[in-house]
Design a protein around this ligand. Structure first.
Ligand SMILES: *[C@@H]1O[C@H](CO)[C@@H](O)[C@H](O)[C@H]1NC(C)=O
Ligand SMILES: *[C@@H]1O[C@H](CO)[C@@H](O)[C@H](O)[C@H]1NC(C)=O
Ligand SMILES: *[C@@H]1O[C@H](CO)[C@@H](O)[C@H](O)[C@H]1NC(C)=O
Ligand SMILES: *[C@@H]1O[C@H](CO)[C@@H](O)[C@H](O)[C@H]1NC(C)=O
Ligand SMILES: *[C@@H]1O[C@H](CO)[C@@H](O)[C@H](O)[C@H]1NC(C)=O
Ligand SMILES: *[C@@H]1O[C@H](CO)[C@@H](O)[C@H](O)[C@H]1NC(C)=O
Length: 919
């Protein structure tokens, strides 16, 4: 297709490499390193170094004479022929960490041009492009001025670097949270749909698509290459096919490296066929979220979520393999001169290991988990990284000693981007920071917050020709010109700050104090007035000494509310030194409250604090007037709950943009349980829906999430609480959400709940040792609290959702429903239901929900596991059988044999009756 560019690209190398075929198969765009790569080992390093110097020089010149740049990089101004005659394609930020060695480094200056320099490019504008969902991947930025990035809205975008206009886009089958890599004039990106795509960066034409080994939901049976012997565990991969790793491309042979949730690091040839796959080991979470570093000799240094780190030769043969206890989510970064590799893990340890053998050379402890990667500053012998303790660190790369640190006080999960004169990173407070690499002094910061509920920057910045570019949790791709907060014209923008003292200083002073945390994780001095009557308080103990925060382990906490409610329950959150205080029942509307909290921590000190606030004045309008009628004949009132957003523990936060942001829970109100002066309780049926292209939601026939729950609505109609327990799959193993609850204020006018002014609270907790793999997982991710629980808190949004999914299905009728005891000595109950009359009708997702009439509670079961559904489309009949062997005690048992059986067709209750067990 672009054959004509090849000879020119080749010619431009001036070497007349005879191996044209090799150059061809590797693609035209890669001419810069590919066709320069001689077979003779001895010569290669010199030539590569020379070419690197030339590239750096060209890059520097381009930036010095920035006025040329203005006209040359704009994609529109630049034609194909100009492109093909360019000597080298110098992409400012070709991949997640910019370089193959994951250094996060771009060798140009970003603040080079003072305002007085006439050549300075003052034309770059701030812009933000809104995608459909959160962004957790990093743009690749091409020499042609394209921003190439995927969103959780499933689309992969090419935007114009100057304007943010869409040049082209590709819709994939799942969310994209993996960063792409540019290879010549092609872009390689991966999706949660289990595919890697190779497309032209010019128009998005797809050259090839590579599929992960297996079908979603079944274990990968392919044996992967491993290090050492797998003793008792076979090399089976995970059941998910999501590509969550970052794309990396070898400069040596153009091979694509990409990690998948099926516990595989794939190596893919330039023709789209598999070279090999590496298996880092199984339990519990051998998924690979990082991108490997490729060294100058083509070997591959990778890491995986089960704490393994390893070096492979280019054929996947193991050179060394080490492991530690805790998850490693970031890719190793290599400093070639020092022969060191840096990697941070979820217990807060940054580690430098010997490139040759993987042995640890030094370690450095941050105050909390290290989520992102490292920027390597070879000139200053320094590395930079952030931690969830809210500190950005500069550490000497030779010694591991601290050089400087910059506190922002909000979790930092981004990987920094380093230029010659500034280091950039984003934080959970929605701010992007530019610091001086020498001193850690602030150059500028910019507050990107538009929606306080969804403000975080967890995606890492990339450095373009004129701007720093990054994605945010609210789904925007944002481009801030490097000098935007410095130029006279724009620096007055209130989002800009150039003095640290201007930036929100909550919790920055030394000492110990208690703070209130918003659902989004932002800390505040006080509980805000207008506090939602369904609210819970997330209170954090922050201990700071010598300007260094320390994570407190809260051993005991007490809380007192005045005026009192029915009581308070206190949950201890895992690693974050905070507690969740939940009032039993709702707070009174428009009332002044005092909340006194005392926490006793592992330094044997107690800290006490009084919070005063006023609750919101609720509008006494009944919730969804007329809608909560469980005997409605044509449809069931259904809530759609989305934007699940855990804010604590910090390590869950990445789930905001990746999995949980794409979870769509539907909760149909199907039966009245009880009612009194304080609330009415309803039985709900919860299922996970799939968002269609047209924004409608259908039930996922393979959903593992089918569960009953209780919806408790306050008589004033404006607040509710929902409880349930179920598992959610977001890629990787199921995440148990026992004790799941959403409490919210219902905004009658918008039909929404969970607006920024009236946030809805979401929380869930599970026992760390629910299963052996969850126990190991909890330990590896460092999330298990001192009480053996993982407690999570955050926010959610929702609305009343009226659609065909909760309408009475056409044709289908329950023609038989019975419960009988079965099994050996009657140790089992079987509920048998026949639904018929559905000839030619759409087949809904059938479900049977059981309600214990004696205890007046839903029967919590793994419904997916105990239910068997057989549909005969030809006769329009479905047989549903639910077998309860071990959960029998819950249904009747010794206390009676009455069970209410409700048959669900999608979200509509087609049948609702108390059945007596046939003896
Ligand atoms: C992408 O596909 C093109 C066209 O087949 C090929 O030339 C190029 O080498 C491929 N790139 C990679 C990294 O596989
Ligand atoms: C793809 O390229 C590799 C390496 O050059 C080669 O071994 C393999 O046979 C090729 N596969 C196909 C399907 O062309
Ligand atoms: C790395 O290991 C090699 C081989 O054992 C050794 O020669 C070298 O000194 C080590 N480097 C460091 C920095 O420890
Ligand atoms: C809250 O505390 C203040 C100060 O101690 C006190 O004056 C006020 O009466 C208290 N209010 C309530 C509702 O307890
Ligand atoms: C609920 O709906 C049914 C059927 O549409 C109707 O007969 C009944 O009166 C409704 N009940 C209430 C409380 O609105
Ligand atoms: C009724 O009131 C009691 C406390 O008085 C409470 O525990 C219960 O949950 C309330 N709601 C319902 C629907 O029974």
């Amino acid at each position: 297709m672009r054959g004509k560019t090849r000879p020119e690209a080749n010619e431009s190398n001036g070497r007349g490499r005879p191996d044209l075929r090799a150059a061809r198969s590797a693609g035209p765009g890669n001419s810069r390193t590919r066709s320069r790569q001689p077979k003779e080992e001895g010569i290669a390093p010199l030539k590569l170094t020379l070419s690197a110097v030339i590239i750096i020089l060209i890059t520097a010149l381009v930036f010095v004479f920035g006025s040329n740049l203005k006209t040359s990089f704009g994609a529109k101004q630049r034609t194909r022929s100009q492109v093909s005659t360019s000597k080298h394609l110098s992409h400012p930020w070709p991949s997640f960490r910019s370089t193959c060695e994951n250094t996060g480094f771009a060798s140009f200056k970003t603040h080079l041009k003072p305002a007085t320099d006439p050549s300075a490019n003052h034309n770059a504008n701030y812009w933000a492009f809104q995608t459909g969902r959160g962004i957790f991947s990093v743009p690749a930025i091409s020499a042609f001025g394209q921003i190439l990035i995927g969103s959780a809205d499933r689309k992969f975008y090419a935007l114009d670097e100057l304007t943010g206009k869409v040049l082209w886009k590709i819709t994939t089958g799942e969310i994209i949270d993996s960063a792409a890599a540019i290879h010549g004039e092609n872009i390689i990106f991966a999706s949660g749909d289990g595919h890697v795509y190779n497309a032209s960066i010019h128009d998005g034409t797809i050259h090839w698509k590579f599929a992960a080994h297996h079908q979603e939901g079944t274990a990968d049976e392919h044996e992967g290459l491993t290090c050492g012997e797998e003793t008792f565990i076979t090399a089976h991969g995970g059941t998910s096919t999501w590509f969550e790793g970052q794309v990396q491309i070898s400069p040596i042979d153009g091979r694509v490296y990409i990690g998948n949730d099926d516990y595989r690091l794939y190596s893919i040839h330039a023709n789209g066929s598999e070279a090999y796959n590496f298996y880092p080991g199984p339990l519990p979470y051998g998924t690979i979220w990082s991108g490997p570093a490729i060294t100058r000799s083509g070997s591959v240094i990778g890491s995986s979520m089960n704490g393994k780190y390893f070096k492979l030769d280019k054929n996947g043969k193991c050179i060394w393999f080490h492991e530690e206890m805790y998850s490693i989510s970031s890719g190793p970064a290599v400093e070639a001169d020092l022969k060191l590799v840096f990697l941070g893990s979820w217990n807060g340890v940054m580690r430098a290991v010997n490139h040759t053998n993987g042995h640890t050379v030094w370690t450095f402890s941050a105050g909390d988990q290290i989520y992102g990667g490292v920027a390597v500053d070879a000139a200053r012998r320094c590395i930079y990284f952030g931690s969830q303790d809210g500190v950005f660190y500069a550490v000497n790369s030779l010694t591991g000693k601290s050089v400087w640190r910059y506190r922002v006080n909000y979790p930092i999960r981004t990987s920094p981007a380093l230029a010659l004169d500034a280091v950039y990173f984003g934080a959970a407070n929605g701010m992007i920071y530019a610091l001086k690499p020498d001193t850690g002094d602030l150059i500028w910061s910019f507050d990107t917050t538009e929606d306080p509920d969804h403000r975080e920057i967890n995606a890492s910045p990339a450095l373009g020709h004129t701007s720093v570019v990054f994605g945010s949790e609210d789904g925007r791709i944002i481009s801030i010109p490097y000098r935007y907060c410095l130029e006279a014209k724009t620096r007055k923008d209130p989002r800009c700050h150039t003095q640290t003292s201007e930036i929100d200083a909550v919790g920055m002073s030394d000492g110990r104090n208690l703070y209130y945390l918003y659902p989004g994780g932002i800390i505040a001095n006080d509980v805000p007035d207008g506090f939602t009557t369904s609210g819970v308080w997330h209170i954090r103990l922050l201990i700071v000494s010598d300007n260094k925060p320390r994570v407190a382990h809260v051993l005991q906490a007490t809380a007192e509310l005045s005026p009192p409610t029915n009581g308070l329950t206190i949950e201890y959150l895992s690693t974050s030194g905070s507690v969740l205080i939940t009032p039993r029942g709702f707070l009174a509307s428009d009332t002044q409250y005092n909340l006194t909290v005392t926490m006793f921590d592992n330094s044997m000190t107690s800290t006490k604090r009084l919070f005063t606030f006023r609750t919101a004045a609720n509008k006494l309008v009944p919730m969804f007037p007329g809608m909560i009628n469980t005997t409605r004949l044509t449809s069931a009132t259904t809530l759609h709950i989305y934007n699940l957003k855990p804010s604590y523990p910090p390590s869950w936060i990445s789930l905001n943009q990746i999995g949980f942001d794409s979870v769509n829970l539907l909760a149909a109100i199907i039966h009245v349980i009880s009612s009194n002066d304080t609330s009415t309780d309803y039985l709900v049926w919860i299922a996970a829906g799939l968002l269609e292209q047209d924004a409608s939601i259908v039930l996922d026939p393979t959903t593992p999430t089918l569960a009953p729950g209780i919806l408790s609505i306050h008589p004033d109609g404006t607040t509710f609480e929902l409880w349930s327990q179920f598992s959610v799959i977001t890629g990787g193993p199921p995440i148990p959400m026992t004790g799941f609850s959403v409490a919210s204020h219902f905004d009658v006018e918008s039909g929404m709940f969970g607006t920024p002014s009236a946030p809805s609270w979401m929380s869930w907790s599970s026992w760390c040792g629910d299963s052996i793999s969850s126990l190991i997982g909890a330990i590896q991710t460092n999330m298990c609290s001192t009480r053996g629980r993982i407690v999570t808190v955050g926010a959610a949004r929702g609305r009343v959702y009226a659609s065909s999914v909760s309408e009475k299905p056409r044709g289908w009728k329950v023609s038989k429903a019975a419960v009988r005891s079965a099994g050996w000595l009657g140790t089992e109950y079987v509920i048998e239901v026949t639904v018929s009359g559905g000839v030619g009708a759409r087949v809904p997702v059938f479900g049977v929900v059981l309600f214990d009439e004696v205890r007046r509670v839903p029967v919590y079961l793994d419904y997916k596991a105990v239910m068997r559904v057989e549909v005969d489309v030809d006769v329009g009949q479905a047989q549903i059988a639910v077998s309860l062997a071990n959960a029998m005690w819950k249904v009747g048992g010794g206390e009676g044999d009455l069970v209410r059986v409700i048959v669900m067709c999608d979200m509509y209750p087609l049948f609702n009756e108390v059945l007596k067990v046939d003896a």
